[in-house]
Design a binder for this molecule. Sequence first.
Ligand SMILES: Nc1ncnc2c1ncn2[C@@H]1O[C@H](COP(=O)(O)OP(=O)(O)OP(=O)(O)O)[C@@H](O)[C@H]1O
Ligand SMILES: [Mg+2]
Length: 384
Amino acid sequence: MGETRLMSLTNLADADDDWAYLELLEDDDLERMRQWTGQACQDPGQRTLTQIRGMTRAEGLLYNRRRRDWLDAGPTWETSSVQQAMNDIGAVLGAGGDRGATDVPFVVGQPGVGKTMLVKRIAAEVMDEECLAQWAEEQRTPPTVTRAGRRKVRFRPVVYLDVRDQVSAIGLERAILDALGEITTGDTTAAVHRALQLHNVRLIVIDELQFIAFGSKMGQQIHNLLKGLTNQGVQLLLCGNDREWVLGHGGDEVSYRTTKRQSSGRWVEIPLEPLLYSDDPSAPSVDEWKNLLAEWEHRLRLADPGPEGWLHEYLADYAWVRTHGFHNALSLLVRQAARRAIDDGTERITRATFDRVVLQVEYEKHREHEVRQLDIGKYRFDVR
Ligand SMILES: Nc1ncnc2c1ncn2[C@@H]1O[C@H](COP(=O)(O)OP(=O)(O)OP(=O)(O)O)[C@@H](O)[C@H]1O
Ligand SMILES: [Mg+2]
């Protein structure tokens, strides 16, 4: 799982000359970029059992909080499906070239498969790149500044929208304006148009697309709004778990069908799938799953986690049976187990710790039967 340029930056705040361009970003965008690349939290460091037991109550409390935060705020591990999706999204976004942004990547996948983490990762990449491009541009043509030497307009290359509550077209426009810190009492469409130009917005990410009111008459307006945004040269990156709701049946009027056809003629579906596993230990999927577990194992800050490889070697089969290769389940499994190991003072995770963890309903449905099959050697990973 390769490190990208951004991921190798350990602390954006310590940016030296090579990173001077990041000063173009507002503090809140810089913070977003840190979060989206898993750098929002400082490593609390590894302590021995003796050191932990010698801590005062306050020191212990603080250390425990910091190592939980550290685990929660991890980076997007670049599994092959994440890499593939990143490449595909990059290709679609890149194909537009300057100011020709009509093609729209639409990331689709089951709940918990890692869509949000993926699109935030992309958003960070684009923010980084656009920032560098703007900086280079401004070396030649400096921007207008105030008397105090501050930029007149905030540079906001990327807007990330996490929409909720069956948002309408106007609601979506207001969400864009909100994200840019603009207020309007008048025509929202015109205000959005102005704001996007003013702040140099290049990419709008709309996550949780299933919350948008596509099912009703309003859906037609939303499709048109999205088309209007791309016509204006802003790139869109869409994300949701229900393709049918967004582009499928419903809203049978001819005019609405035509509008959906217009979107499906421009959107490119990028599927994101859970990780696979196999009965054949030499299969690439087994390697990949183990690598992912190793990343989690190395991220833990337990004093006595177990012998090297305790997770990726000895519990790999078990971890897959519990989670079916879904990131959200794996993340909960490891984080809950770590919390227990901290709370009970053992500082160690074993199969028994995992057994006590209750995962999301979806992964508990067949748990008992499947774990039993695994334990008696009858579980078949390849038959799914
Ligand atoms: N590539 C990844 N590397 C590390 N952890 C991941 C990755 N993808 C997802 N996760 C973990 O899984 C959790 C769920 O992922 P995410 O929120 O991206 O899923 P989603 O597909 O957007 O789900 P939903 O459809 O419910 O919105 C994250 O909070 C994170 O802990
Ligand atoms: Mg999500």
